[in-house]
Design a binder for this molecule. Structure first.
Ligand SMILES: O=P(O)(O)OC[C@H]1O[C@](O)(CO)[C@@H](O)[C@@H]1O
Length: 551
């Protein structure tokens, strides 16, 4: 009896083989030909989902490519896996956990089961506590140890406990309470903490220690420095900690051991992965900044995209389609990276946020069963806001030797109109996508009167794929939809690649080695170094330098 396609290794699935053969047929096709052969392509290969509009016409795909990619998703059992995620099944198999970030934005009154328990009431209860806290701080009613109202909030966290909060704060700054100051400290490098707190007064400062595990080296080191800074700045009274620290964590005992009162802890659950946690209590700083109503609106945006992903047929499903197009670029066209280029300054941290979401999720080398993959998994995500990138790395995107698919993100309206700025900005989005796709031939360059020796330098091959993603304007709801779009794109790819998108074992080895090296750097006696000769030498050199000039 033949096996169902989803049981076969990816490279042996009929749709993969068909895509490989198809790729041989279409590899020479230029986007110019595709557009010339279909006058309606630019309108046809578009899609709306919620408030988002996607133009994917400038991808190097034919209708047959798309049909085969959709078949690939079907053969991977994507439908069933989506159902499994939304049903709270333990799809993060290596950690034995559900991956149920969709429950964080499920409407009050709905049901999402984890181990037979409806988690929606717990999620809503935490949101209510966050709301009460946010309202108190925003109204100046949360006072510090000396009785002064809190005016500065410093989120201490790293990875998913930092990138989501920073990204959302920057993205929604327009909606933010301007009388409050927000800072984010993540790096173990002490200068991060020092610079973030340099101009703050401890009496008016509250730290949000955000850590799912409450044991991450960076976060706990920064939290301890924050406690020392606070106590020293408030006359040495350790009791000050209670009014100036709150925690977001799943680890109540560790939080109270640090000195934070249980009443000032906001919980979440092991079924929320760090990089999927910005709409849990990890988003506390976001809620204080933009207010509970805007935060709820962001959650509704996430939920809107969740519902689209859960219910839309694959051919009209934005995350599925974008996930498959990116997979086509990666596995068949050989793209190694993907650029995310927001033409909206407020989204300046969105590429950094996406780096963790995409690469920590799908940077995997074995299948769910632990067999080595025989294909590339996550591309390397990177990017900068336009138009800054244009005057930096776009040269390589246009004329370099690598294929770099681009996601342009733009809005019909700016949040703050200023003269001609927005028309000029949008003209650049449309121009860049067009230039990448269609390029400029030697004949066109010659026709402009260019001297012969410069012609090759001024030729643009084109045929470089891109998506253009647009919405009316950057609102909290749109940010929710945009973020959920990429979350589900990552999920789609992980299912096809047959990898666990929700674990992150790859960060463990370096962490463990650092822990063993710390005593070698801090100890007084000469350590017996048992590492490789390079590591031994680096440690000796560092110790000698420290001994010559301590501090
Ligand atoms: O919230 P925690 O437990 O401090 O972890 C922070 C980050 O560390 C990681 O576990 C590894 O980088 C991320 O997945 C997570 O977002």
């Amino acid at each position: 009896m033949s096996q169902p396609a989803s049981r076969l290794p990816l490279l042996q699935r009929p749709s993969w083989k068909a895509l490989a053969a198809h790729h041989d047929e279409v590899r020479q096709l230029h986007l110019k030909d595709l557009f010339a052969g279909d006058a309606g392509r630019g309108e046809r290969l578009t899609l709306s989902a919620g408030d988002l509009f996607l133009d994917y016409s400038k991808n190097r795909v034919t209708d047959r490519t798309l049909a085969l990619l959709l078949r690939l998703a079907q053969e991977a059992g994507l439908e069933e896996r989506i159902r499994a995620m939304f049903n709270g099944e333990k799809i993060n198999a290596t950690e034995g956990r559900a991956a149920l970030h969709v429950a964080l934005r499920a409407p009050a009154g709905s049901t999402v089961l984890v181990d037979g328990r409806n988690v929606v009431p717990e999620v809503q209860a935490v949101l209510e506590r966050m709301t009460a806290f946010a309202n108190r701080v925003r109204a100046g009613q949360w006072t510090g140890h000396t009785g002064k109202p809190i005016r500065n909030l410093v989120n201490i966290g790293i990875g998913g406990s930092d990138l989501g909060p920073v990204m959302a704060y920057e993205a929604l700054r327009h909606y933010s309470e301007r009388s409050l100051t927000f800072r984010f400290v993540s790096n173990l490098d002490g200068s991060d903490f020092l610079e973030a707190t340099r101009d703050l007064h401890p009496a008016e400062t509250l730290f949000i220690v955000s850590s799912k595990t409450f044991s991450t080296l960076e976060t706990m080191t920064n939290a301890n420095s924050a406690r020392e800074w606070l106590i020293a700045g408030l006359g040495g009274d350790p009791k000050a900690v209670a009014r100036h620290f709150v925690a977001v964590s799943t680890e109540a005992e560790k939080v109270t051991a640090f000195g934070i009162e249980a009443a000032n802890m906001f919980g979440f659950w092991d079924w929320v992965g760090g990089r999927y946690s910005m709409d849990s209590a990890i988003g506390l700083s976001t809620m204080v900044a933009i207010g509970p109503d805007h935060f709820r609106s962001m959650l509704r945006g996430f939920h809107r995209m969740d519902e689209h992903f859960r219910t839309a047929p694959f051919a009209e499903n934005m995350p599925v389609l974008m996930g498959l197009l990116s997979l086509w670029n990666t596995n068949f066209l050989g793209a190694e990276t993907a650029a995310v280029l927001p033409y909206e300054q407020y989204l300046k941290r969105f590429p950094a946020y996406l780096q963790q979401l995409t690469m920590e999720s799908n940077g995997k080398h074995v299948t769910r069963e632990g067999r080595p993959v025989e294909y590339q998994t996550s591309p390397i995500y990177w990017g900068e806001p336009g138009t800054n990138g244009q005057h930096s790395f776009y040269q390589l995107i246009h004329q370099g030797t690598r294929l770099i698919p681009c996601d342009f993100i733009a809005f019909d309206h700016p949040l703050v109109p200023l003269g001609r700025h927005h028309d000029l900005l949008l003209a650049n989005v449309f121009a860049q996508a067009r230039a990448l796709a269609f390029g400029k031939t030697a004949e066109e360059v010659e026709a402009e009167g260019t001297v012969a020796r410069l012609v090759p330098h001024r030729v643009f091959e084109g045929n470089r794929p891109s998506n253009v993603l647009m919405a009316d304007r950057l609102t909290p709801a749109v940010l929710g939809q945009l973020t959920a779009l990429y979350e589900h794109l990552v999920f789609t790819q992980g299912v096809v690649w047959d990898i666990d998108s929700f674990d992150q074992w790859g960060v463990e080895l370096g962490k463990a080695l650092a822990m063993s090296i710390i005593p070698d750097l801090e100890g007084g006696a000469e350590p017996t170094l048992g590492y490789d000769s390079s590591t031994n030498n680096l440690i000796r050199r560092y110790r000698a330098s420290k001994a010559r000039s301590p501090g």
